[in-house]
Design a protein around this ligand. Structure first.
Ligand SMILES: Cc1cc2nc3c(=O)[nH]c(=O)nc-3n(C[C@H](O)[C@H](O)[C@H](O)COP(=O)(O)O)c2cc1C
Length: 325
């Protein structure tokens, strides 16, 4: 399939694996790229720029296809060594970066001078337009359904994607709730040039996370996510578990007096315990409503081949068949 996204990133299929904390290691990124999509290493999971440089080298040893790096700009006061991470990306010869969180404007000249294509992930049309205005090459439009941080506007993809298509000139991918060939065709119909998946890629053979994480996603239905940290304007969609209940109880009890320090036990440093040790109630962890559409743990190649075959069938048989009636 050829779209503006496959052309931009030099990939075979218009499918991107979104950055994921403690999931986006070289193994997953390489598997996605080898299967014809765009795999992404998650920079901030690496404790420093040297570790990221090493992860990029590991990924390159596993694939000769294009892959990228996710760089999440956190709203924290003490900022990670972003110049160092960007240097590691440039020196590592990576040509695609997914930025997320705060506005990446400051870093755009450095990235573009190195020939890097930038896709910024955002949750509203106004942020997407801002990304276009500062020179991003593409955007990833993350609807209310998504795992992780859906923003504060609560607009689902059936509205958000066509609204993005009405306003944007640069290509965009649909993100949030994407699972299969139906999602891809729907995303294309709504004006996107491809799709980005997070949660779906965790439940794959190659995702380097504990088996209990994959089992939890397969077991979950579309009703099993919760929104936390709304009061802090840092909303996150997470899987319902004991830690989610504890956190929501604190939110109810403390109301507008809630501070980040009150929930530190549920949110800070919990990812290694969940993703690597399989301690499923250690804290809250991002998961999309799309868990309701995930019923198996295929290899990444099986998943991507299946998505493309299903998309082809829907377009060439089901939809075109309707026109012939
Ligand atoms: C476990 C997990 C961790 C994530 N970590 C990050 C992250 O560090 N940076 C980021 O930009 N997005 C992160 N995301 C968001 C994904 O990149 C993607 O936008 C989102 O999962 C899309 O929604 P979906 O899960 O419905 O596919 C994370 C998502 C999940 C499920």
């Amino acid at each position: 399939m050829k779209t503006r996204i496959t052309e931009l990133f030099g990939i075979q299929h218009p499918i991107i694996q979104g950055g994921m904390h403690y999931v986006g290691f070289a193994e997953l990124a390489a598997a996605v790229s080898n299967a014809g999509g765009l795999g992404l290493i998650t920079a901030l999971t690496q404790r420093n720029p040297e570790a990221l440089a090493n992860e990029i080298r590991r990924c390159r040893a596993m694939t000769d296809k294009p892959f990228g790096v996710n760089l999440t700009f956190l709203p924290t006061v003490s900022s990670p060594d972003y110049p160092g991470y960007i240097r590691a990306i440039i020196d590592g010869g990576v040509k695609a970066v997914e930025t997320a969180g705060n506005n990446p404007q400051k870093w755009m000249p450095m990235l573009h001078e190195a020939g890097i294509k930038v896709i910024h992930k955002c949750t509203s049309v106004r942020h997407a337009l801002k990304a276009e205005a500062i020179g991003c090459d593409a955007v990833s439009v993350d609807g209310f359904e998504c795992g992780g941080h859906p923003g504060e506007d609560d607009v689902p993809n059936f509205i958000l994607l066509p609204r993005a298509a009405e306003e944007l000139r640069i290509p965009f991918v649909a993100s949030g709730g994407m699972a299969d060939g139906r999602s891809l065709v729907a995303a294309l119909a709504l004006g996107a040039d491809g799709m980005n998946m997070g949660t779906r890629f965790i439940a794959t053979q190659e995702a380097p996370v504990h088996a209990r994480v994959k089992e939890a996603i397969v077991a979950a239905s579309e009703l099993d996510t919760r929104l936390v940290m709304r009061g802090l304007r840092n909303t996150e969609r997470v899987l319902h578990n004991a830690a989610t209940d504890r956190l929501l109880e604190k939110e109810r009890t403390l109301g507008s007096a809630l501070k980040f320090d009150d929930i530190i036990e549920e949110v800070a440093g919990v990812y290694p315990r969940i993703m690597q040790q399989g301690d499923m109630d250690a804290g809250v962890w991002s998961c999309g409503m799309v868990a309701g559409l995930i019923h198996d743990v295929p290899s990444v190649k099986e998943l991507i081949d299946r998505i493309m075959a299903q998309a082809h069938d829907i377009i060439a048989k089901r939809l075109s068949g309707m026109l012939q009636a």
